[in-house]
Design a protein around this ligand. Structure first.
Ligand SMILES: Cc1cc2nc3c(=O)[nH]c(=O)nc-3n(C[C@H](O)[C@H](O)[C@H](O)COP(=O)(O)OP(=O)(O)OC[C@H]3O[C@@H](n4cnc5c(N)ncnc54)[C@H](O)[C@@H]3O)c2cc1C
Length: 268
């Protein structure tokens, strides 16, 4: 089943430059990217995803696709590798239109991933670009409360969802991070939101398993609820299986997104 996505009415390729690189905690950096083309970014907020373009090692400039339609991927893949940019998926964590700035938060996982390696080293003035992927957090009106579950790659989306949520939101949030020092001291969220932080601290080889186990054994509130789950493939798919089979939750009330797969590079 394809996930439901709310796309903006119009979108185009947006070229940006890095303005700031801030270390947030041992396993997270925040890149602030800016540029006047952000006037073409529409309806940001919640879990708005983007395709992020950035240069390969050794490239002096970033070659952004010229096409602003779905054929951009073919355009990129037809380029020789020497001129082709890297492309990965990320979430807009914050948007400051008055400053023409966005923030993206990267969960670092060493140099094996081009995006992780680039984010760790990006400097002010470095080029980047984005293509709007839309919003996938689309809760139905009949949910009494929300269940939000993710590991570090979904932390930016969950924090953004909470920041944009109405004051009436009631939610149980399960957020897994690599270590205790990655837990955010302050989470901006409505009063009815309870955040359960889970830190692997070196235990468990695959991100997401800890969060999955925690929800499986949790006593959850009663009443109809909407689930949004994302992260390493095994977390959202395992959680959906559990909710449908063990808790008899209707499939239509579960939004689940495999953000990445353990041991496999993202295509692009
Ligand atoms: C809609 C969407 C929004 C996303 N938003 C964010 C975001 O805001 N912040 C964020 O950090 N990630 C986010 N992700 C996940 C991110 O796209 C992937 O983690 C991506 O694979 C990272 O690219 P890479 O080049 O670093 O590694 P890749 O080249 O894709 O992979 C290299 C190796 O690293 C492993 N790997 C990939 N990601 C991780 C990880 N997070 N932890 C441990 N190992 C990993 C792979 O299994 C592979 O073995 C999002 C994904 C989607 C689909």
């Amino acid at each position: 089943m394809l996930p439901k996505v709310q796309l903006p009415e119009t979108r185009r390729m947006i070229s940006l430059t890095v303005r700031e690189n801030t270390r947030l905690s041992p396993n997270f950096v925040r890149l602030t990217l800016g540029g006047s083309e952000l006037e073409h970014l529409h309806d940001p907020g919640f879990d708005k995803g983007v395709r992020l373009f950035f240069p390969r090692e050794g490239q002096d400039e970033l070659r952004m696709p010229k096409l602003s339609n779905n054929a951009w991927m073919a355009e990129v893949m037809l380029l020789p590798k020497a001129r082709r940019p890297w492309v990965r998926n990320y979430t807009i964590r914050a948007f400051r239109p008055e400053l023409h700035e966005i923030d993206i938060e990267f969960a670092l996982h060493g140099d094996a991933g081009p995006a992780s390696a680039w984010a760790a080293r990006a400097r002010p003035g470095d080029p980047a670009g984005i293509w709007d992927l839309g919003r996938m957090y689309l809760p139905p009106g009949h949910a009494d409360w929300h269940l939000l579950v993710g590991e570090e790659s979904a932390l930016p989306a969950i924090l953004s969802i909470l920041e944009h949520a109405p004051a009436s939101l009631v939610a149980e949030v399960f957020l897994e991070v690599p270590e205790v020092a990655d837990i955010r001291e302050r989470v901006e969220a409505p009063a009815g939101v309870r955040v359960h932080w889970l830190a692997r601290n070196g235990a468990g080889s695959v991100p997401g398993r800890l969060a999955l186990g925690a929800v499986e054994s949790a006593t959850l509130p009663t009443g109809p609820f909407y689930t949004w789950a994302a992260g390493e493939h095994g977390l959202p798919t395992g959680l959906r299986r559990h909710l449908v089979n063990e808790r008899k939750v209707p499939k239509s009330d579960i939004a689940f997104f495999g953000y990445w797969r353990h041991g496999r590079s993202s295509p692009g």
